[in-house]
Design a protein around this ligand. Structure first.
Ligand code: ADP
Length: 284
């Protein structure tokens, strides 16, 4: 096991960002889905050791993040973390920035450190931009530079908070390629349901600070089987309906109208249905 949260919760004043949660993470890519305010960033920050939980224990690669200073340091050496927003020293070059982060990560041997910086620059497709100042990079290039710093040292637990925001489709596809081949655990929070279906071995859906679903992509899709329809008319009481490019109306949930036929659900359909059940449950 690479990482675990045991009875972890986090409260800010009266706001419960995360209710007591227990999750174990093995090797593989885990997608974290949920609406804004669900507690995703809180969970990722707690796992990364950036934020102390209110209750519970956190372990990474056999070390207690919530333990002694020495244990936390040992855990941190095995963690790569991409926060939602990275503030760059804009006057530094791409290489200089990564070199600086690598120094903070205790890479003392200069030759080996430079080799590692070149390796991660190459992984994110920025080898040609190594000597360009951060302020001259495009938004997508800056995002990839931020991803590169999380990859330094090949961490056992790679935590990426919305890594695909600001990337174009080609860059997203190349990031998927990079992540899918990695050993260890990759934990990604995203609003892009296509990223989840294309990449994730496991999906965790958070809402209101609680885990609402935890399973594989096929298991998530199975929750929506027979509940998505396409036809000339919308389904009554559907969660969402829209006219597709073929002029047919696609309905997620609800009672199908005459002439409608069931279609294969997507991760987004399953997510919308799960969310609507939560909202109804909260109202009831
Ligand atoms: P998500 O990443 O899913 O959008 P967050 O983990 O950022 O959710 O937030 C979960 C809840 O905790 C929200 O209600 C948010 O307003 C609250 N929250 C997050 N960070 C803080 C903070 N530093 N102070 C007070 N409340 C916070």
């Amino acid at each position: 096991m690479t990482a675990e949260l045991v009875n972890v919760s986090k409260t800010y004043g009266r706001t419960v960002a995360l209710h007591p949660t227990t999750l174990h993470f093995e090797a593989g890519v885990v997608g974290l889905l949920g609406p804004n305010g669900a507690g995703k960033t809180t969970m990722l920050r707690v796992l990364s050791s950036a934020l102390a939980p209110s209750t519970g224990t956190v372990g990474v690669a056999g070390h207690a993040v919530t333990g002694t200073h020495a244990e936390r340091t040992a855990a941190r050496r095995r963690i790569g973390y991409l926060p939602q927003e990275v503030v760059f020293p804009r006057g530094m070059t791409a290489f200089g920035f990564l070199d600086y982060i690598a120094v903070l990560k205790e890479w003392a041997d200069t030759a080996r450190r430079h080799e590692e910086v070149r390796r991660v620059l190459d992984l994110v497709g920025l080898a040609e931009r190594a000597t360009v100042k951060v302020k001259a990079l495009s938004g997508g290039q800056r995002r990839r530079l931020a991803i590169a710093q999380a990859l330094l040292g090949d961490p056992a637990l790679l935590i990426l908070d919305e890594p695909t925001t600001g990337l174009d489709p080609e860059q997203r596809a190349s990031l998927r390629g990079l992540l899918s081949g990695r050993p260890g655990t990759v934990l990604i929070s995203t609003h892009q349901t296509e990223d989840v279906s294309a990449l994730c071995d496991r999906v965790v859906v958070l809402d209101g600070g609680r885990v609402r679903f935890d399973g594989t992509v096929p298991e998530l899709l199975a929750t929506a089987a027979g509940r998505v329809h396409q036809g000339p008319e919308p389904s009554a009481g559907a969660v969402q309906t829209w006219r597709t490019g073929t002029g047919q109306i696609r309905s997620v949930g609800g009672r199908p109208a005459a002439g409608a036929s069931a279609v294969e659900p997507t991760v987004e359909d399953a997510y919308l249905l799960l969310r609507s059940a939560d909202v109804q449950g909260a109202v009831a």
